[in-house]
Design a protein around this ligand. Structure first.
Ligand SMILES: N=c1c2ncn([C@@H]3O[C@H](COP(=O)(O)OP(=O)(O)OP(=O)(O)O)[C@@H](O)[C@H]3O)c2ncn1[C@@H]1O[C@H](COP(=O)(O)O)[C@@H](O)[C@H]1O
Length: 110
């Protein structure tokens, strides 16, 4: 079982100790533009999977594509020197934030 902490740690290890033939190493070697292209593609695939639950994997399609996106996001963070702890700290700062928006006007259809 691999949690996000472990996945990020493994990706960082690939960055610091390049392993020939590894897909993660391939992304780091290609660099930022390639990583951004993959994050963009995988984001779109998440959207398509959510809109088309009748794909071969059914609901599993969204799970599969979401995992792909999370992996590529972790590669982007590692490439840019952003730690997973920073992401968690940012999320933690937002705890309880919703109450600040309780008087926000209802969102109308765009
Ligand atoms: N979680 C992942 C993971 N998710 C997706 N992918 C790869 O992401 C790629 C996405 O598929 P695509 O068809 O979009 O891309 P592609 O055609 O293979 O390649 P390009 O389009 O990028 O040229 C696939 O090659 C997947 O294998 C991942 N590769 C690695 N991991 C994790 O990273 C670990 C180490 O992997 P390596 O770095 O390969 O040793 C693995 O054990 C996993 O835990």
């Amino acid at each position: 079982m691999q949690n996000l902490d472990e996945l990020y740690a493994m990706i960082l290890d690939r960055k610091n100790n390049p392993k020939k033939g590894s897909y993660t190493d391939y992304l780091f070697t290609k660099g930022l533009d390639k990583i951004l292209k993959k994050v963009g593609e995988e984001s779109t695939e998440v959207v398509v999977a959510a809109k088309n639950p009748d794909k071969p994997r059914g609901d599993g399609e969204l799970v599969y594509e979401s995992a792909d996106l999370l992996y590529h996001l972790c590669v982007l963070w590692a490439n840019q020197g952003v730690t997973f702890d920073q992401i968690k700290e940012e999320l933690a700062k937002r705890e309880g934030l919703m109450s600040e928006y309780k008087d926000r006007p209802e969102i109308k259809d765009l």
